[in-house]
Design a protein around this ligand. Structure first.
Ligand code: PEP
Length: 251
């Protein structure tokens, strides 16, 4: 269960959110044994999140929202994989639809980002998903499976099974319009079938496939009941500790 905070919260709010989340998650009334809980703050909060997580031995993991493909050098504004892994990031979101849309990120670039994250010992959360026109045309399944192929290009089978794929229909992100469990299952199943075709059944079974798009505590159970949906990538609802904990608590 990964919470992508995007470009939200001031620093004090970020620290408070992790503290609140830790309090709820460590509440002994709940069993979080199955859920891996990940927060994905802005870069500027990572050091403080690291201090909180390490200092209190929290079971929360954390990651970054993007990574540079370059190891170092004259790339103003970019953050390298080595910098992120040094900060203790376990995950890196790559190819979020907002980066694809506002920064022109292509599948090929996303695949490079996934590769540098893996090489630095982090798990890429590789985002794919169709826009509303493609959904209306009914070509969303081939569109998304082609994105999966392109966004994992060049990775070995072992690297793919060490990655996470997040299916996020763009029309469901931040809109309150959640895909039905059947919609999520249709595409997550197709993603797994594509992984089986490209890398074999074992990789397909091992690779975690998430759904993202207006997930809330009230709709998570129905989505997670689908066979091929292994978890959720959560935006807005991850900014409220009780709500995000409610999503994780489902497990
Ligand atoms: C996201 O941006 O990854 C996302 C799923 O956002 P939301 O949950 O707000 O739809």
């Amino acid at each position: 269960m990964a919470g992508n905070w995007k470009m939200n919260l001031n620093h004090a709010e970020a620290v408070s959110l992790v503290n609140k989340l830790a309090t709820v998650l460590h509440d002994k009334k709940h069993d979080f044994a199955k859920a891996e809980v990940v927060v994905v703050p802005p870069f500027t909060d990572l050091r403080s999140v690291q201090t909180l997580v390490d200092g209190d031995h929290l079971s929360i993991k954390y990651g970054a929202q993007d990574v540079s493909i370059h190891p170092n050098g004259a790339y103003t504004g970019e953050i390298s994989a080595a910098m992120l892994s040094k900060l203790g990031c376990a995950y890196v979101v790559v190819g979020h639809s907002e980066r694809r849309e506002y920064h022109g990120e292509t599948d090929a670039l996303v695949a490079e980002k996934a590769a540098v994250a893996l090489a630095a010992g982090m798990t890429p959360i590789v985002c794919v998903g169709e826009g509303i026109e493609i959904r209306r045309e009914g070509t969303h399944v081939p569109h998304v499976t082609a994105q999966v192929v392109g966004s994992l290009a060049g990775l070995s089978a072992d690297q793919v099974s060490a990655s996470v794929i997040a299916y996020e229909p763009v029309w469901a992100i931040g809109t309150g319009e959640v895909a039905t469990p059947a919609d999520a299952q249709e595409v997550c199943r197709a993603i797994r079938a594509q992984l089986a075709e490209s890398y074999g059944d074992e990789v397909a079974a091992k690779t975690r496939v998430l759904y993202g798009g207006s997930v809330k505590a009230s709709n998570v159970a129905a989505l997670m009941a689908e066979t091929d949906v292994d978890g959720a990538l959560v935006g807005g609802a991850s900014l409220v500790a009780e709500e995000f904990a409610g999503i994780a608590r489902f497990y």
